[in-house]
Design a protein around this ligand. Structure first.
Ligand code: SAM
Ligand code: SF4
Length: 479
């Protein structure tokens, strides 16, 4: 079932992240949960610790420090982390000197309470406090517990070059904004990641250039809402007040163009777009540059305007459909995916049907689908009753999932017979004789290796498909 993949990439949950070439004497075990932003943050954490003489290990029993980078987006994400901490409790019983720390969104949400609830923990560190990790680790060295969950108005880690963990050497993530100012009523992110800040465009372009020089061929620009990227010299986005400042500021369209210009051989992707902020200017830049991938993840959440209003999403069904028409008009071959929540507070059966009818109208390539999970402190928790019974939420989710399966299968079938430019990202998980990569529209393509190399662009003719993957034959290197 295609639930919770990609945005929260199921295959990566609890992934133990390792770097290839560090030889520090102290050992770090780093496990990450949640969205891509967290995985990207783990690379910053690793970079800070490498400078402190650490190398990584995938064996918690030989670690001096165990870090779990946590997610708080839904209750089950937190439950999974709690469960995993039980395993580390056993490690700590065996090796009492091991320092166990939690990082990220759950750390930020629970703060020092976390230390009281989980006695094995030595350290609780929020997403804006990673520079303080060396000091905090020193504190734990003298037997104290350490907490830093201060959220920042400035921190973007712009000057820290992330250590690429478990990298395929071809694609990498670059974080461009931190935090979120949107306050969607269901969402805990504004509380766990703080206010929205944009990162200096020069540092973003430099990072993309360095990656390209090292042989990388794809970067994904990351932010909770990339469309609201705005740089006018640093600080909080909402403090960029004057019209004049806004006119000269670097917005997302301008940033995208700067990164695209690093090299025509560097593919550029981004995630996540927000329907209320996605401008035609961005779509036009996408259409102009071949190396900006023709793929937009545009979370709708619900197809009903009343529910969208309760969710505080800042757009209606009609607005969303209009944005979709703009995408289809300006970038006719664009791949589109979305996020959907079923069973939000007071959602009626008719309103749920409107989500299904919106899906019918759009026919998404993929969707990441969730049942509503009430989160502490959010507007929805304070204002609305979580009144849709679990089995109704579940049944609605099943309906959404099965409709999406039909659409995904329809989309992949429509690709059979076409030829796509594919960037080879690695060896297929199913066969060591095959490579896998993605086309511009973000669909996975597998094909026989022949004499091609990872990191090359090839033209692949699609011969058959499953509901999510295209299977083809390489017809030559792409020019
Ligand atoms: N910033 C992105 C946006 O606004 O589209 C996504 C951020 S969130 C990490 C990813 C997805 O998780 C959301 O789009 C939403 O569908 C889902 N989500 C967030 N809070 C949720 C909740 N309380 N219950 C269920 N799903 C939730
Ligand atoms: Fe959460 Fe909404 Fe911000 Fe996305 S835009 S992170 S859903 S508050």
């Amino acid at each position: 079932m295609q639930v919770e993949n990609k945005v929260i990439d199921e295959a990566r949950q609890g992934e133990q992240m390792e770097m290839k070439s560090a030889n520090g004497s102290k050992k770090l075990f780093l496990e990450s949960y949640g969205c891509q932003m967290n995985f990207s943050d783990s690379e910053i954490v690793a970079s800070i610790l490498v400078n402190e003489g650490y190398s990584t290990t995938k064996n918690p029993e030989e670690a001096d420090v165990i870090f779990v980078n946590t997610c708080a987006i839904r209750e089950n994400a937190e439950a999974r982390v709690r469960q995993r901490l039980q395993d580390f409790k056993k490690v700590k019983q065996k090796n009492p000197g091991t320092v166990v720390g939690v990082l990220g969104c759950m750390a930020e949400r629970l703060k020092s309470q976390f230390l009281e609830q989980e006695k094995l923990l030595d350290l609780v560190v929020g997403p804006d406090a990673y520079r303080d990790l060396p000091n905090l680790l020193e504190q734990t060295g003298s037997g104290q517990k350490a907490v830093n969950v201060i959220l920042s108005k400035e921190e973007t880690y712009a000057d820290i070059t992330p250590v690429r963990l478990d990298s395929n050497g071809v694609s990498a993530f670059i974080s461009i904004t931190r935090g979120c100012d949107n306050m969607c009523s269901f969402c805990v992110v504004p509380f766990t990641r703080g206010r929205e800040r944009s990162r200096d465009p020069e540092s973003i372009v430099n990072e993309a250039q360095e990656l390209f020089n090292k042989g990388y061929r794809e970067v994904t620009l990351l932010g909770q809402n990339v469309d609201s990227y705005l740089w006018a010299g640093g600080g909080l986005k909402k403090e960029i007040l004057t019209e004049e400042q806004r006119n000269v500021a670097v917005n997302f369209a301008r940033l995208l163009e700067k990164v695209a210009l690093v090299s025509p051989l560097l593919r550029v992707r981004f995630s996540t777009s927000h329907p209320k902020d996605m401008t035609n200017e961005v779509l036009e830049v996408m259409a102009k540059y071949e190396n900006i991938c023709k793929y937009i993840h545009l979370p709708v959440q619900s197809g009903n305007s009343r529910v969208l209003d309760l969710m505080n999403r800042g757009y209606s069904r009609e607005w969303y459909l209009e944005r979709m028409s703009a995408i289809r008009r300006i970038i006719p071959d664009c791949g589109i995916s979305t996020d959907i929540i079923t069973g939000f507070c007071s959602e009626t059966e008719e309103e749920h049907q409107e989500t299904l009818s919106l899906m019918q109208a759009i026919q998404y390539d993929f969707a990441y689908m969730f049942m509503y999970s009430e989160r502490p402190k959010t507007l929805a928790e304070r204002k609305y009753a979580d009144d849709i019974p679990e089995e109704v939420k579940k049944r609605r989710l099943q309906e959404v999932v099965s409709l999406q399966h039909t659409h995904s299968a329809y989309r992949t079938k429509a690709a059979v017979g076409k030829t796509y430019k594919v960037l080879i990202e690695g060896v297929s998980k199913k066969s060591s004789e095959q490579f896998c990569g993605r086309n511009s529209q973000n669909t996975t393509v597998v094909f026989d290796k022949e004499n091609y190399q990872i990191g090359e662009y090839v033209d692949v003719e699609v011969l058959s498909c499953t509901s999510t993957t295209l299977i083809g034959k390489a017809r030559g290197r792409s020019v």
